[in-house]
Design a protein around this ligand. Sequence first.
Ligand SMILES: C[S@@+](CC[C@H](N)C(=O)[O-])C[C@H]1O[C@@H](n2cnc3c(N)ncnc32)[C@H](O)[C@@H]1O
Length: 421
Amino acid sequence: MTSSAELLKLTNELHSKVSRLHQHVQENSLKWTSFDIASEWEVPLPHSLQTVREEAIEATEELHALLLGPSSYFMRLLDPTVLIYSCLQAIHRFHIAEKLELDEEISYGELADRCGIKTTHLRRLLRLAISYHIFKEPTKNAVSHSAISRLIKENPDYDSWIGLVCEEMIPASVHYVSALEKWRGDDDPAHTGWAMANNVETSLFEAIGTNPVRAARFASAMTALNSTPTLLPVHLVQDLPWTAESCPRTVVDIGGSQGAIGQILLTNFPQITKVVVQDLPEVLRGAKIPESLQSKLELMEYDFFTEQKVKGADVYFFRSILHDWPDHKAIEILRNQVSALSTGSSIILNEMCLPDPGTVSMSQEQHIRSYDLRMTQSFSGTERDSEDWRALIANVDPRLRVLEIRNSPGSLLSVIQIVMQ
Ligand SMILES: C[S@@+](CC[C@H](N)C(=O)[O-])C[C@H]1O[C@@H](n2cnc3c(N)ncnc32)[C@H](O)[C@@H]1O
């Protein structure tokens, strides 16, 4: 049993952490964010206070769970949170955020007409969304934007992320257990919850590779994902073991989508003379490279299940690629690079390195474990811990060795440096 004193202890901890945040905001004449349409997205906090904020969030979550108690906490896992996905899918499918101007307050009926759906359904969907701060109902039966709906309207990458999650990944989750029952978890990328949801026996990446609409949405969704604090490329820049002297000249970014990370590498490491971004043709099609980087950034169609065609580059770089694949496929992808490596070349992975269970906070644990499950449900992929990484690399080629695994606080991804002995 938890003593009620535990509740007070958590509340006091929370109070002291929030007081530190408040003091910083006051001293620097900042404003804390809100859900009002005009709010900033983030409060700029130094690193030490970002940790304080994380700890405060932890305390609120623990307090919330303890106040609810096991029965109510459990019931809330099933209802109502999961239904927000229907609201978000409708917002994406019917372009609801796009159809409402930022300064407008209009009736549900008018917005429903603009979106081509029945008023009763739009109202039902938006009223649940509003209870999660998505849109507002400032006066009865009238709707306006909130900070979140404005984010969706103004940033198409966020809309793509909603589309990818609600139209590919949630159906994959719903069908995952049946897929597991049917194919017994055989690690075939064509035997996933996603395949079962779509009534096919192909992988999600095959669908992306042959469908320009899906490919564009996937690439755009990756941009949104990369803008979440724990996945910001700034962590990669910080964790790469490159000094002015040791910085590579040539980098191949394999599965580099539309070159966003390639551009960041070129901008932050001026010693790099060339980044080759390789991906599937449908994904590369929409890439837009700024004029100033065009001479240094090359887009190249390449299927990583074939032998690497760029030989002797200094670095072969993979970010969030191998977690999409089961071990036998990840080994195949890496083996396809081995013949391209020359003396001094290295492979750098920017992937999650799972912590041991129970060594991070509960909400971090929830985050990390759900990523792992999502990779399995949609791709037959997997997240890996340091032992898994070392075993995988040893299986690719006995001459390859993991030199270092770096992870800065606040980053979900590690930098794993692999060299040929
Ligand atoms: C999870 S995304 C990561 C994208 C990018 N590295 C990033 O961090 O934003 C996986 C990428 O692998 C690419 N991909 C999937 N199958 C591929 C294949 N057979 N050959 C090359 N790229 C592939 C996808 O198109 C996608 O861009």
